[in-house]
Design a protein around this ligand. Sequence first.
Ligand code: SF4
Length: 378
Amino acid sequence: MVKYRYKEFKSVLNKLKYPDSWFWARYTLNTYSGCAHACIYCDARSQRYYLEDFENEVVIKTNFDKKLDQRLKRARTLLPDVIAPGGVNDAYQPIEKKIEHTKKVLQVIAKHKFPINIATKSNLVVRDSDILQNIATDTWCTVGFSITTTNEELASFLEPYSSPPSERFEAIKKIKKQAPNIQVGTYLMPIIPFLEDDDDNLEDVIKQSKNSGADFVLFSPGLTLRDSQANFFIKKLMNSKYNKVVKPLLELYKGQIYPPAEYFRKIHPKLLNLCEKYNIPVRVKRWIPSDYRKWNYKISELLLNKEYLNGLRTGKSGKTMMWAGLNLNNLEESIIDVFKRGELSQIKNFTGKIIEFITPYLEKTKDLKQNTGIDKFL
Ligand code: SF4
């Protein structure tokens, strides 16, 4: 039986140093602390979160909507950017149905016209598709359903209180129909070795995502196994009909948090090929602001996506390109102005190779009259 407790928190919004290239989030917020979805692999059980009993006691953050409203009103220096609710909790966990806590927060976000990216395992998010459609129309809205298996029995063992996978696919369909401006898709993560990484399951998740109308499938193989979270998960497996996977799982991880690089080298091309087969993007299309950051964000997206795809194909990560892409988000003027002054090399991590790669894109802006067709080429 889950206990619910109300508590007021001082801070409601956290600004990240860099947006990430997966969800493009610049701000995070958590309407709840703890998560009654109680997935047995959840990283919230690891010691770094200090969330004891996170699935049995859920804290509802009092006055969150009012505080966020004040924060966004007061924020002269707070530029609109993507907000991602739900860190180690799901903003649509069961209690949300009754108290509409996240819904009130969405109304504030819509009022201040901030873009949003929601990750959830619940079809309850469909309830708020009207608000999310307004956000999508005014700025940008992405909803991603975490779906890692189409096997309903396995899903109910791993994620006992979430919507079954079939309901999550159905939710993708409903959102596409009711709120077509929302970018919606599947977060195929975390993929659990020996339980979910077989070819049939991976293909089925991707195929059903496509058939449901998903705009993207973001995949991330190799569940993390960390201290108390790992112990909890392994114990659950051992006491279940899936106990045969414990041995190979432990042999694969060898006491590490992640599987070895070889595992990723094998599975990444497979996932990429499947997404290509079903013609489904493996990245979320980024929100682009209309102020001075416009080209910074576009070029950053270009660099980060290129680095990601290179990494998938070659098994090697291009850290310089990644850092160039990340740092560009923090440039306090438009890259176009820097380009016109011939000073691209002064931007952090902009090496000769990177400048050579992006110059053709920047060159094209010269020929275009302001605000006409400028968005088209990326
Ligand atoms: S929904 Fe997410 S936060 Fe909640 S228990 Fe599952 S993995 Fe953890």
